[in-house]
Design a protein around this ligand. Structure first.
Ligand code: M6R
Length: 369
């Protein structure tokens, strides 16, 4: 049932191109409009939205963090992302014109469900993104978009995460579409890029041997740090979560700009730092900034592994090792850059003899608060 792989996680990493393609299939109609599965909201309801809150836990929360960048850029609607377990206990400002997007692979996570119920009590609209048809969170939502990752067995989420990103991009584009055509050109270009993503993910997966080697080399370290900017920041958080979860190792993700405000003191000679580097094209300011961050940690003895766009010679000149991913628009890059980090965590954890599919203390579905 593991399809020839040693672990379910390995199988699920390899299923990602298909899972993302399945999640996109049929969701873009002939007119280039995005189709949600179940919508108990009219286009006018979507037009009336003046604020978006994304609520989720764990990996799904990281998908939400990426989505904030996309939604605000494409729609200009303010978007906040919050851990579901914090959201309902702090009296968030919600009303009829708030859209709450709940992301949950299982659709049963109690913290997220409680956040949904709280949002509904406050009359907010709820749109959920889930991998489980008919689960509680989608049933209680006003609109649903299902990911089509298939069953994810490994506790550590991989293919569900990538399909959540794909679905979240669709939601962002849907909001942009129903609210006007200001970004029509950009939206249609992004749709083309989304459709191309599964092929690019497959390329990343074909080229994971160097990542595995680096992971084995890093297995003796007592900590691994991940840094990123913009959408690379949530990817850094996700890389660190995978490593904590699987290897039981101290791993932290940071916004690279925050390093000098504290975390840089964690760096010692040989500390592995994984840097998520944005494309050197376009927003090159972002690229320059992370190169400076790489220099900062290198100067303190870090061993820098950079996940960057193929052909990025500047990064190659500064990092100790590079993992190249195909070119992609900045906002969609997490679909590619998250994948080597999954493999890194799995391989490092394997080197430490951990149980990859069933890490200690964890359950696939967290149905208690
Ligand atoms: O089913 P959900 O998406 O609501 O689950 C949320 C988290 O429990 C989940 O993503 C968890 O963080 C994963 N094990 C991470 O790999």
């Amino acid at each position: 049932e593991k399809g020839g792989y040693d672990t379910f996680m390995a199988k699920e990493i390899h299923e990602q191109p298909q899972a993302v393609a399945d999640t996109l299939r049929g969701r873009i109609d002939e007119a280039g409009q995005i189709v949600l599965d179940e919508v108990r909201m009219s286009d006018q309801d979507f037009r009336d939205i003046d604020k978006v809150f994304i609520v989720a836990c764990g990996t799904s929360y990281h998908a939400g963090l990426v989505t904030k960048y996309a939604i605000e850029h494409w729609t200009r609607i303010p978007c906040e992302v919050e851990l579901a377990s914090e959201f309902r206990y702090r009296d968030p400002v919600l009303d009829r014109s708030t859209l709450v997007v709940a992301i949950s692979q299982s659709g049963e996570t109690m913290d997220t469900l409680m956040a949904v119920r709280h949002a509904k009590d406050q009359k907010a609209r709820v749109l959920s993104i889930s991998n489980t048809v008919g689960s509680t969170i989608p049933r209680e939502s006003d609109a649903v978009l299902y990911t089509r990752a298939g069953i994810e067995v490994a506790v550590a989420s991989t293919k569900a995460f990538l399909t959540q990103l794909a679905a979240c991009y669709l939601v962002g584009l849907h909001l942009a579409q129903v609210r006007g055509i200001k970004y029509a050109d950009e939206v249609s270009a992004i749709l083309d890029e989304l459709v191309a993503a599964p092929g690019k993910i497959a390329k990343v997966i074909e080229n994971l041997d160097p990542v595995r080697e680096m992971a084995r080399e890093s297995a003796g370290s007592d900590r691994v740090l991940f840094i990123g900017r913009h959408v690379g920041y949530p990817v850094a958080l996700e890389g660190a979560l995978k490593l904590k979860e699987l290897a039981y190792l101290h791993a932290e993700g940071f916004a690279a700009g925050e390093l000098k405000h504290g975390p840089i003191s964690l760096i010692e000679a040989g500390t592995p730092v994984i840097a998520i580097v944005p494309s050197p094209r376009g927003r090159s300011l972002l690229h320059d900034k992370i190169i400076s961050n790489i220099q900062e940690v290198k100067a303190r003895g870090a061993k820098v592994i950079a996940v960057c766009e193929e052909g990025d010679k500047i990064t190659a000149a500064h990092a100790d090792l590079v993992i190249e991913t195909p070119a992609s628009p900045t906002l969609l890059a997490p679909l590619l850059t998250a994948v080597p980090l999954q493999e890194f965590a799995a391989e490092l954890a394997t080197a430490l003899g951990r149980d990859i599919d069933q890490p200690r203390n964890l359950a696939k579905s967290v149905t208690v608060e």
